[in-house]
Design a protein around this ligand. Sequence first.
Ligand SMILES: [Ca+2]
Ligand SMILES: [Ca+2]
Length: 113
Amino acid sequence: MHVAILIIRSIVCKEQAETFTDELYVTFNGVKISLPNMTRGQTEVLDDEFIFEGASQLSLFENDGDHWYDRDDFIASNTITEAPLDTTLEFKSSSGNALGAHYALDVSVTAGP
Ligand SMILES: [Ca+2]
Ligand SMILES: [Ca+2]
């Protein structure tokens, strides 16, 4: 089977969505992973791995508990393919309740086992 591995190596908060701290998670290929809480200027080293095939959206959200009266806020997505990659992806909200939020994630994609 042809698979690839996405690794999220770090996250930088360039601008936060909330007044105090952003509670973050990403979704990718049907999997949800919580990230550290972040404030502007903060950097966190990560080591989150996802195994996947084909292409999938890596999406960043700000967690509000996903209540009916206050859903989680989508920030942005980037499409990840199996092509080998070692780069920094920008996640910048352009609309909605997380408007203004801006994150940068260092990611790499390598061929699977
Ligand atoms: Ca929140
Ligand atoms: Ca919300």
